[in-house]
Write a protein that binds this ligand. Structure first.
Ligand SMILES: CC(C)(COP(=O)(O)OP(=O)(O)OC[C@H]1O[C@@H](n2cnc3c(N)ncnc32)[C@H](O)[C@@H]1OP(=O)(O)O)[C@@H](O)C(=O)NCCC(=O)NCCS
Length: 347
């Protein structure tokens, strides 16, 4: 292993002279991971100073070689409130030239060493068949979940056709007793009772297939939801949502949201899409996604739309197929017992 020094902890524990190198590595990691242009460096500079929302904690680590070059980093985060209080999630990155020399293992070992004692599990994802997955496989576990990443080349979409189809889908929803409302920047409270809307969000989040993941259901309060949204907005995200409303009861029954970050304007990131079970089968999922597509084409500079869903989510795959989405890669998620990781890393 190269001779390295690990700095670990909160922002103040990472010497300022390494910050710019750290931001560059974060960018490099994202580009390698996703296979498309990452946000500009200003995104990472800005991200650095945004505190995590209440109930969530994070630690970071960098590995510096004898020439004062940052050759790798790690981040690990966990909840301090709400749910899943016994687990953490990490990400590691080592520059290609310094891989297979034990640096990734060393960063992880140092991070796990200082995790609060309540944390009993550590989890991570990685692109399938990548060096990252090979690294995770060293802990001898099968993956618990697989997320399929889908990319739409928006330049291939024909505006006139999308306009026609979006109109047809909206009318179809109306004829089934649902109207579709657009909400900008997460301002749901101007349109709906906020508590009721957040309950729908909670239901949609908890209803996503989790395959073999052992995570508990999330407990989403209005305060927590607002905190997550506010933090995401500070990172540069702009949101557009389409909400399906059941006309008879005037209640929202599902929604879809996408975000474009001002530091990465060419990529639209799909957030979640969900219709609560009692209202499925009315074409609402497809209708709200068509309206998103139309909005992306007419109002944004996005060239690609990145979306994803669980490998097992057949209905979402069907909708994405109709919309012309193409599978880009898949990202397995691994969960490990902390004890096993500690034991293996101590060898
Ligand atoms: C994941 C990553 C951080 C690993 O860093 P690293 O410094 O190369 O890892 P280590 O040298 O500590 O590897 C430890 C062991 O993992 C396994 N491993 C790591 N990379 C591997 C690869 N490409 N192929 C097969 N096994 C691999 C091996 O068992 C290795 O031990 P060995 O070299 O003695 O055989 C690095 O590959 C990376 O930055 N990838 C891109 C980011 C990513 O995908 N992260 C996902 C994990 S959160």
């Amino acid at each position: 292993m190269p001779s390295i020094q690990i700095y670990i902890g909160q922002n103040e524990d990472i010497p300022e002279k390494f910050h710019e190198q750290y931001f560059a590595l974060r960018q490099q990691c994202e580009e390698e991971w996703n296979g498309f242009l990452a946000p500009s460096l200003d995104y990472y500079r800005n991200f650095w100073i945004i505190p995590r929302e209440k109930g969530s904690a994070k630690m970071k680590a960098i590995a510096v070689n004898e020439n004062n070059l940052v050759i790798g980093f790690g981040v690990i985060f966990w909840n301090t409130m709400y749910e899943n209080l016994d687990r953490s999630w990490f990400r590691l990155y080592v520059i290609p030239k310094e891989r297979r020399k034990g640096v990734g293992s060393r960063i992880l070992k140092e991070m796990v060493k200082v995790l609060p004692k309540e944390i009993k599990k550590v989890g991570a994802d990685s692109p399938k068949h990548s060096p990252g997955e090979h690294f995770l496989q060293k802990f001898n576990e099968k993956h618990s979940y697989e997320e399929v990443i889908i990319i739409v080349d928006l330049e291939e979409a024909v505006l006139k056709d999308v306009e026609k189809e979006a109109k047809k889908q909206r009318e179809h929803a109306l004829s089934n007793g649902y109207r579709i409302v657009r909400v900008d920047d997460g301002d749901y409270k101007s349109h709906f009772d906020e508590e009721g809307f957040v309950k729908i969000v909670e239901q949609v989040w908890n209803d996503m297939p989790r395959e073999d993941l052992t995570e508990e259901d999330m407990n989403i309060t209005v305060e927590r939801y607002q905190a997550i949204q506010e933090r995401n907005k500070k990172t540069g995200q702009k949101y557009i949502s389409f909400v399906a409303v059941h006309e008879e009861t005037e209640k929202p029954v599902g929604y879809t949201t996408f975000a474009i970050n001002k530091y990465q304007p060419a990529i639209a990131w799909q957030d979640e899409t969900g219709i609560i079970p009692e209202h499925r089968g009315n074409g609402l999922g497809l209708a709200i996604k068509y309206l998103s597509l139309l909005t992306l084409l007419k109002e944004t500079k996005a060239k690609y739309w990145r979306t994803s869903s669980a490998q097992s989510n057949k209905y979402m795959h069907r909708i994405n197929e109709i919309l012309g989405h193409k599978i880009w890669q898949s990202e397995p998620v691994y969960e490990f017992e902390r004890k096993i990781v500690e034991e293996l890393l101590s060898e």
